[in-house]
Ligand binder design. Sequence first.
Ligand SMILES: [Zn+2]
Length: 230
Amino acid sequence: MGNTAQYEIKNILERMREQGLWQPSGLGLSYVKEGDKTVKLISQENTSKSADARARMKILVERAGWKVDDSICEIIEATHFSPEEQQMDEITQRRKLAQSWKCSCGTTLSSFPLHEGVWTKDSQREIIMENGETEITEEWCVVVTCSVCDIQLTLQPYDYGLLADNECMLSYKTSKMIYTIVDRPNIIQTIDNKFSESMIILGSFCPFYGDLLPPHFRGVVCFYTAIKEE
Ligand SMILES: [Zn+2]
């Protein structure tokens, strides 16, 4: 691990949100971002591999201009999870941490009216793919409003997904339509019962009014309803 690793670490740390969890893959280490340019090592697996990685990561993080606080690091039993279990466990931990994220007024983000979050296309950028071709990716964020101090915060879609319940992620409102993602059993049932006229497969735009749709609503099967004019 040389300069590239150091640069990557710097990138990850800068993009992480306060109280965000970072678990570099395969190292058995869990960090939480806390305070000014500091990450707290909250746990290390009780293996020599993880202990070595802990020392190595400390050096890399410090070279990237950050500090590691490992004063409260807990040594935990190595878990022998399958990749799927590992992923589930990480998501559970991330969700738990997300519950502690706060607005500057002290209100927890999880108590915001998250279902009113507004998906907003930030920008798009060109990324160079492994095969050398360039692809345009869109960057989206979700704007949420604090119910106490009215401040507007911008969340990364991933972070929003950690905070919001499934319903927020499965339903999307444009100015005139509501789309709700349909899961497979429900698709089958709907088709069998010949109710398929209420279902649609979405592309990048609302097929009725042309609104741009956020990435998680593209290429999915949805129920649709028109919003009634007041
Ligand atoms: Zn607030």
